[in-house]
Design a binder for this molecule. Structure first.
Ligand code: PMT
Length: 222
């Protein structure tokens, strides 16, 4: 895997969680640390790509070689930054754990306790960034992630087909893997094929994933 594999290509990587505000002091988020996406951004830069990293709220330094970093908070902001970047990109890697739902309304003031009565939050679905990109023409080569706690292969392959992706990297979450963890293990699928990337630190895994992306990209556009 030579350093020039992605040379001349523009790659957008999303990483981290999104925070969906409930009121001025509370939000709905998830356990993504951003490590996997940051490692992919670093590996893509090492492979010669011009990398734009769209980062949710994480506390990680920008990896060496990354050309541009855009910090966002909500799924709506992530969507805007990704769509803008992806318009000129050759490859998009969606490693972010984008919140599927957000509160229908953001309370302007801190919500008060209800004297023991249940508090109901109404949620509305966020737009699916990957799906939206898949519907564009032209569009970048699309790599999604899938985080599943069960039936990994079936759910991932369903996502690959349903979202119209070129590749999906599925990780089983839990047991020291996936969200927040140092290590991960991926099952990568593309239409008509796949590859297992066994448990390893996220940086090593990202290097292997980027090699796999470069190979599939070249095969698709050869
Ligand atoms: O950040 P770390 O702590 O290192 O953890 C890494 C990770 C587990 C978060 C990462 O490897 C991962 O799997 N990211 C995707 C998690 C996820 O949200 O999966 P999903 O099955 O909900 O979404 C599938 C794909 O659709 C993802 O590529 C996601 O970016 C994308 N998506 C989801 C919802 C949405 N509204 N828009 C999207 O584009």
């Amino acid at each position: 895997f030579g350093a020039g594999t992605l040379a001349g290509l523009r790659v957008v990587v999303s990483a981290g969680p999104t925070y969906e505000d409930i009121d001025p002091v509370r939000f709905i988020g998830n356990r993504s640390s951003g490590r996997m996406g940051f490692a992919v951004a670093e590996a893509a830069a090492l492979a010669g790509a011009e990398v734009t990293l769209v980062a949710g709220p994480v506390s990680l330094p920008t990896p060496p070689g990354v050309a541009r970093r855009i910090d966002v908070r909500s799924a709506a902001q992530m969507r805007e930054a990704v769509l803008a970047g992806a318009a000129q990109a050759d490859i998009y890697v969606g490693a972010a754990a984008v919140g599927d739902y957000r509160p229908l309304e953001v309370a302007p003031h801190k919500l008060k306790k209800q004297d023991g009565a249940p508090l109901a939050l109404q949620l509305t679905e966020n737009p699916d960034i990957l799906k939206e990109l898949a519907a564009r023409s032209p569009r970048p080569f699309l790599v999604g992630f899938a985080a599943e706690t069960r039936e990994l292969a079936a759910y991932a392959q369903d996502k690959l087909a349903r979202k119209g992706l070129d590749m999906i990297a599925a990780n089983r979450v839990g047991a020291g893997l996936g969200f927040e963890a140092e290590d991960n293990a991926l099952a990568v699928y593309w239409p008509g094929g796949g590859e297992e990337l066994p448990r390893a630190p996220k940086r090593d895994l990202a290097t292997r994933l980027v090699a796999c992306i470069a190979e599939r990209y070249r095969a698709t556009y050869a």
